[in-house]
Design a protein. Structure first.
Length: 319
């Protein structure tokens, strides 16, 4: 079934929270949860309602991912992502990502498609009582038809009948270990990522001084304000017409939060001077986001909220 621009309206109170996959992730520096089925069947068709070419491309990417991996993104309810930071060289932060997906899948179809896609570069390993399927692809692949990643080796393993692990071989082994011990590895990050349990996307992450330093921001004042950050979290949710975006940050102390809030308020006022010069769809979206932008500081936390019409985003998605 293709994603279509016509979807059945569903009241917000009809959504019910399901047990989170986030608790099954291994030790992470950042985590995120995506309600894949809702994203593909509800949100994206509304966002791309006026961009038929991009909607067709999205459906093509979904079918391509299904062909290459034997996995249909539309059969998964949600995906949880684990991110670990590494620092391979001075000034460089590398993200190592693994995923848990909950839904319906066929290990046999996955292996058959993977063997074909990998052109013989396929192997199986046993680890912790699980079978790990490893495909050497060494190419770009739109994971779940949405996320464009350069993948050298894609490993997968069925954690249970409805949960699939995806990532590099090392990450898959860490997921198997985490689930074998049933160890709740990231309680603080899970709480942050679940700040809005019904959101389409929720995330939370630690921000080490090294991560902030490696951002290499040219504005020294902003760099100084950002140096006080220790955690970031947020969510993206959808109403009938709008996308609601929330971003929160925890700093070392209340002074750091206040200073960062003041800087962002200044940038908001400065941005208002230039938004009026933007024309077309870009100007409509920028004006809406800036008009609805709210910045609030509470103790050592900073919270930012805005909302934009879903239909205003579609025209800006590149074809």
């Amino acid at each position: 079934m293709a994603v279509t621009a016509q979807t059945r309206n569903r009241p917000a109170n009809a959504r019910t929270a399901t047990p989170s996959l986030l608790a099954s992730l291994p030790q992470s520096d950042a985590i995120a949860q995506v309600k894949v089925k809702r994203l593909l069947s509800d949100v994206m068709p509304k966002v791309l309602a006026n961009n038929s070419a991009k909607l067709a491309e999205l459906n093509a990417n979904i079918e391509s991912f299904k062909t290459r991996t034997g996995l249909d993104p539309r059969s998964f309810d949600e995906v949880a992502l684990s991110v670990r930071y590494t620092y391979p060289s001075e000034g460089v932060t590398k993200l190592i990502t693994a995923a848990l997906a909950r839904g319906t899948f066929s290990p046999g179809a996955m292996v058959a498609a993977g063997r074909l896609a990998a052109n013989g570069n396929y192997r199986e390993e046993k680890y912790g009582g699980k079978t790990v399927y490893i495909f050497k692809l060494d190419e770009n692949l739109r994971v779940f038809g949405v996320i464009d990643l350069r993948i050298r080796e894609l490993a997968s393993s069925a954690i249970d009948a409805k949960t699939l692990a995806l990532g590099d071989p090392t990450s898959i082994r860490s997921i198997i270990d985490a689930n074998a011990g049933r160890k709740f590895a990231n309680p603080d990050l899970v709480n942050l990522a679940n700040n809005n349990p019904t959101a389409v996307i929720g995330f939370g992450g630690n921000l080490s001084p090294q991560v902030i330093k490696n951002l290499d921001i040219s504005n020294s004042s902003l760099t100084g304000d950002l140096s006080g950050l220790r955690q970031a979290y947020g969510s993206v949710d959808a109403t009938e017409k709008d996308l609601e975006i929330f971003l929160g940050a925890k700093t070392v102390d209340a002074n750091a939060a206040r200073d960062l809030g003041d800087t962002l308020e200044g940038l908001k006022q400065f941005g208002a001077l230039f938004v009026g010069r933007l024309s077309g769809a870009r100007g409509v979206l920028a004006k809406s986001a800036l008009t609805n932008l709210k910045i609030v500081t509470q103790a050592n936390e900073l919270q930012i909220r805005t909302a934009v019409a879903q239909a205003d985003i579609g025209p800006l998605v590149a074809n």
